[in-house]
Ligand binder design. Structure first.
Ligand code: NAD
Ligand code: IPM
Ligand code: MN
Length: 361
């Protein structure tokens, strides 16, 4: 029996809707396997701005530090989108990732049985797709300074800074190679080395790290070409490692292979393993707050529920429990329980119920 503390950060838009199904899944896992998950709720994003004036409070970061893992729904929405606003929901997300040292965001992309026809791409093209995108999460243009707007004589100007330090590339590259060893032994590193200095450093450092892993095949792919390869022949890729912004963009694209952005989970890792053998991680679906469908019970909670599976495996070492959650999601989908994004009529809660039902002892 495991007793674990988990912080719940539902956030905005569909975030709370999919979070409710994640909690349902956790409770079902407790009953089936006899564990105890102590959950505490905290606000992030627009919800935190409305309640406290800031997108994330220091005490809520501290609560994450004191816990075994955190689950996050999504942040953002039209209410907080004014480009002139001083505080933005998305800052909360960047802060939590950075403050907790979560430098690697793992985004697996696979085609679930029965969903080969769900992608707008030809079924023969998506069949066999099994990717793991390792997105660098605490560096690059998201965090570089300066980042600001100013006025000049001829009008306004703005700058963002794309900076990478060697150690930031080394650690995420090593993780990608380690993960490739447990998979099909291939790493594709994505950059824009033909134009950007930061990408030339990225390519050099990844090449150096690759020498520590002679059993893993490495290739370097330019990001524009990768955007094309992902829709022309994605099945040949195994682990894809890339910098923060490229990883953000390419994984939304890759979600189309799986059938819907609502299906993809993620794990943000990097915090050191604790004395108890547990490792803190932040788990969230890759999608956003989906304002166009928020409040209607239409969101697909599968990406959020599969993030629970990643939490069980990566933070708590509960492999059988994680596999049971994944199997329950796959079985529900195969049984035809599908939300609107997958052409079905199931509500968010109905999908969560179908998963919980399949987790019953
Ligand atoms: P989005 O991912 O929220 O939505 C894109 C499209 O995908 C929409 O049509 C939406 O309805 C659909 N979609 C997303 N999740 C779905 C789900 N679970 N089930 C079914 N359909 C789903 O991206 P966006 O519209 O560009 O951004 C909306 C807001 O979300 C913005 O404020 C953005 O900053 C924020 N955002 C947050 C996160 C996060 O919290 N991790 C991620 C991406 C975007
Ligand atoms: C994601 C989101 C975030 C990102 C935003 C909301 C800050 O798009 O988690 O993919 O760009 O990392
Ligand atoms: Mn994104």
């Amino acid at each position: 029996m495991v007793n674990a503390g988990i912080v719940l950060l539902p956030g905005d838009g569909v975030g709370p809707e999919v979070m409710a199904e994640a909690v349902k899944t956790l409770r079902a896992v407790e009953v089936r396997f006899g564990h105890r998950f102590e959950t505490v709720d905290a606000k992030i994003g627009g919800a935190a701005i409305d309640a406290y004036g800031v997108p994330l409070r220091p005490e809520d970061i501290a609560a994450c530090r004191a816990s075994d893992a955190a689950l996050l729904g999504a942040v953002g929405g039209p209410k907080w989108d004014d480009p002139g606003a001083k505080v933005r929901p998305e800052q909360g997300l960047l802060q939590i990732r950075r403050a907790l040292g979560l430098y690697a965001n793992l985004r697996p992309v696979a085609v679930l049985p029965g969903l080969e026809g769900a992608s707008p791409l030809k079924p023969e093209l998506v069949r066999g797709v099994d990717l793991l995108v390792v997105r660098e999460l605490t560096g690059g243009i998201y965090f570089g300074r300066p980042s600001r707007e100013w006025r000049e004589r001829r009008g306004r100007a703005a700058v963002d800074t794309l900076v990478y330090r060697e150690h930031e590339i080394v650690r995420v590259a090593r993780l990608a190679f380690e993960l490739a060893r447990e998979r099909r032994g291939k790493v594709a590193s994505v950059d824009k080395a033909n134009v950007l200095a930061s990408s030339r450093l990225w390519r050099s450092v990844v090449g150096e790290v690759a020498r520590e892993y002679p059993d893993v095949a490495v290739e370097h792919v330019l990001v524009d070409a990768m955007a094309m390869h992902l829709v022309r022949g994605p099945a040949r890729f195994d682990v894809i490692v890339t910098e923060n912004m490229f990883g953000d963009i390419l994984t939304d694209e890759a979600s189309v292979l799986a059938g819907s952005i609502g299906l993809l989970p993620s794990a943000s890792l990097g915090a050191p393993r604790g004395d108890n053998g547990r490792r803190f991680g932040l788990y969230e679906p890759i999608h956003g707050s989906a304002p166009d469908i928020a409040g209607q019970g239409k969101a697909n909670p599968a990406g959020m529920i599969l993030s629970v599976a990643m939490l069980l495996r990566s933070s708590l070492g509960l492999d059988a429990e994680a596999a049971a959650v994944e199997a329950a999601v796959a079985a529900a989908i195969q049984a035809g329980v599908r939300t609107g994004d997958l052409g079905g009529a199931a509500t968010t809660a109905a999908f969560g119920d179908a998963v919980a039902e399949r987790l019953r002892p």
